[in-house]
Design a binder for this molecule. Structure first.
Ligand code: 164
Ligand code: MG
Length: 401
């Protein structure tokens, strides 16, 4: 009996030592593959700054000896949501980020953010590689991405984002459709000339209780204060980024005069941005997009800061295909993601997704958090191969020589 006990104790000690060794050992990334794909959207998506008709994505894979980590870039094809594009993401990955990762190596995915911190901005490029390294790390440790990030939820609550429609009738049809699918938050895009009327029409038809919010994507200024204050009459969950993409000062002035909580999206690129915005009370809610803030490490830091300060967060979307959706599900499983995010089902935007199984609602308005190692989905390589417009492999040997 004593012998069995001693063997078990030794086994436990050994496992602990192996785990510690793993954390100080290099992750052994020896190859990176980039594949640029163009994926048609089921229907176009219009915001105050323009229309998107297809997703232009870079699928990033990082290889160690026996495992592959995967992620997708979220930049738009044009520099309008922020300054990055799919093209600039490719350039940054090819010329700066991948060579450095392969040359220096990392012991933990947290190191990737620090390694790239001397490079200003280009957050979506940094995030695409960093997220793939997190997936690899989870797979190397046999844990789900949610678990390694400290996620506690088995299911996440989700909403849906509706673009600017051609007319109010089309908008009401869409709202009705998504409410019937059970989504727990209806977000509608607004811009000058498409704001009070569509919101009033939604409230008139569906009542005061449906969870409704508006996203302006920086379409207003403080000169529109009277109109923005009128939004208070619609009992909105929040208004997202009403003012400039690089502002927090005017948002603080507006928040002081508005009842509706302001949520910041475009203005927040880092935990420091979040701290400053909260300190001057520029918002009461933060939308966390992993790509916008440079990866999962920084996304988690923003989440933790907000949790400490009792500020709710939710996970925003960039019309991601399945791989990006899977990363969003993992981060949204953290405890302070208390507001339904924009991660809708794969079928919201795509006829066929690049993962198996596709993301679906496990029950109305809910998505299950996968428990398998890594992002927890298989990759539909056949579909990816059909849509490739460019690809490139980088190996440690060729980078260092
Ligand atoms: O469904 C999603 O992925 C969210 C879509 C969405 O609302 C947005 C995607 C990309 C840029 C913006 O137009 C907008 C946002 O600001 O959140
Ligand atoms: Mg937004």
């Amino acid at each position: 009996m004593l012998v069995i006990y001693m063997i078990k104790a030794w086994q436990l000690k050994l496992n602990k030592i192996i785990f510690q060794i793993k954390d100080v050992t290099y992750m052994d990334i020896n190859q990176v593959l980039l594949q640029r794909i163009k994926m048609p959207l089921k229907s176009s998506f219009e915001t105050s700054f323009g229309k998107v008709t297809e997703k232009d994505i870079i699928v990033v894979r990082v290889f160690s000896e026996d495992k592959v980590g995967i992620a997708e870039s979220v930049a738009m094809p044009f520099p309008i949501y922020n300054e990055e594009t799919t093209g600039t993401v490719w350039y940054m990955l090819e010329h700066f980020l991948i060579p450095q990762l392969l040359e220096k190596g990392v012991k933990h995915p947290r190191d990737v953010f620090d390694m790239f911190s001397y490079i200003r901005r280009n957050n979506m490029a940094k995030a695409a590689l960093e997220m793939a390294v997190w997936d690899l790390y989870s797979k190397q440790n046999g844990l789900s991405l949610s678990a390694v990030l400290g996620g506690t939820r088995k299911e996440i609550e989700v909403g849906v984002s509706i673009g600017i429609e051609d007319n109010i009738d089309d908008l009401l049809i869409k709202v009705n459709h998504f409410l019937n699918e059970g989504y727990k938050k209806i977000k509608v895009k607004i811009k000058p000339g498409w704001d009070i009327e569509p919101l009033r029409a939604i409230r008139n038809k569906f009542g005061d209780d449906i969870p409704l919010m508006a996203d302006a994507n920086s379409a207003y200024t403080l000169n529109d204060k009277a109109l923005l204050k009128e939004l208070d009459t619609f009992n909105l969950m929040m208004v997202e980024q009403p003012l400039a993409h690089d502002d927090i000062i005017d948002h603080a002035k507006l928040q002081a005069e508005m009842k509706t909580p302001i949520c910041l999206d475009e203005s927040i690129h880092s935990v420091e941005d979040a701290r400053k915005a909260l300190e001057i009370e520029a918002c009461k809610i933060i939308n966390i997009k992993i790509g916008r803030v440079g990866g999962l490490t920084e996304a988690k830091k923003i989440h933790d800061l907000c949790e400490e300060r009792d500020v709710p967060v939710w996970c925003g979307g960039m019309l991601e295909a399945g791989i990006g959706r899977a990363h969003n599900i993992a981060i949204a499983s953290l405890s302070n993601f208390t507001i339904p995010g924009d991660t809708s089902s794969s079928s919201r935007y795509f006829n066929e997704d690049i993962i198996f199984p596709e993301v679906t609602l496990s029950k109305p308005g809910m998505i299950s958090v996968p428990e398998r190692p890594g992002i927890g989905f298989d990759i539909n390589n056949e579909l990816i191969n059909k849509m490739i417009v460019n690809d490139k492999t980088f190996t440690k040997a060729t980078m260092i020589s």
